[in-house]
Design a protein around this ligand. Structure first.
Ligand code: SF4
Length: 261
């Protein structure tokens, strides 16, 4: 590699390959230093020389020795020596925050995944517009709202509108929505199924919970226009129903009537 980044390399600094190698060999064993790979100009009178790294496990890495020459000087001084990854070097993947590494289903018993203080999916409990979120048995929410607020009985944080919309979209577009293959061939939608348990609150207009032990979605939220073959009103087609058997030629099931004396 001999391409300069911007400025023309200083002739003295560019020629100081031996000085750069000598400085490098003061820090690392000679067996770890390979061929000269080139140089590049960093600034005026500042040049970096590259040497292959032959250390085991560092394929594609290279030593970078930066030298500089002061104005009106004929000798260079060594600025910096570092080991840098080349294009085909094996390097660690880009660092990802712990939170972004966790995928749904990754949590094991005992794992913690705290939510951010400013998580947009949550708002303080006192901002919840519906007391029924926390007190589903209360029929007249307005009567108890002020008492509940005064005593601070709500949950500290509840779903925000954004959090609710996100969940609704995720559920509706997923395997429990109307576009799932199992719903496409269902005899009827969940909204007419006897196994559907109704929810309360705004999400109840679109979703319910399936309570059919034989269904794939048992215990899961399903959209009202989802469906499956375990629908409570599902009937086998006439041709699939058991056919009546003809009279047996030799009856081995019933008693023979014998004449008695
Ligand atoms: S059994 Fe099937 S149709 Fe009935 S609620 Fe569950 S998923 Fe919906």
């Amino acid at each position: 590699m001999t391409a300069a980044r911007s400025a023309k390399p200083d002739a003295v600094a560019a020629a100081a390959v031996d000085a750069a190698r000598d400085a490098l060999l003061e820090l690392v064993p000679a067996a770890d230093v390979g061929e000269v790979l080139g140089h590049r100009a960093e600034e005026d009178r500042v040049v970096t020389h590259y040497f292959a790294c032959t250390r085991t496990g560092y394929r594609g890495w290279r030593w970078a020795v930066t030298v500089a020459r002061a104005p009106r000087q004929r000798a260079v001084t060594v600025d910096e020596i570092v080991l840098l990854p080349g294009e085909d070097a094996i390097t660690a993947p880009a660092w990802l925050p712990y939170r972004e590494r966790i995928k749904p289903g990754d949590l094991s018993p005992g794992d913690l995944l705290p939510t951010e203080e400013d998580d947009p999916r949550l708002v303080p409990g006192y901002l919840s517009g519906d007391p029924a979120d926390d007190f589903p048995d209360v029929s007249d929410g307005d009567l108890v709202r002020s008492v509940v607020d005064e005593l601070g009985l709500r949950r500290e944080r509840v779903l925000s509108l954004e959090g609710r919309d996100e969940a609704a979209e995720r559920w509706y577009d997923g395997e429990a929505g109307p576009d799932a293959p199992i719903a496409q061939s269902a005899p009827a939608p969940c909204v007419t199924c006897g196994f559907l348990v109704r929810l309360s609150g705004p999400l109840s207009r679109v979703f319910g919970v399936c309570a059919n032990a034989q269904a794939n979605d048992d215990g899961r939220v399903v959209s009202l226009d989802h469906g499956c073959g375990a629908h409570s009103q599902a009937q086998l087609a006439r041709r699939s129903q058991p056919q009546p058997l003809p009279e047996p030629v030799l009856d081995t099931l019933s008693w023979d009537e014998l004449e008695t004396f």
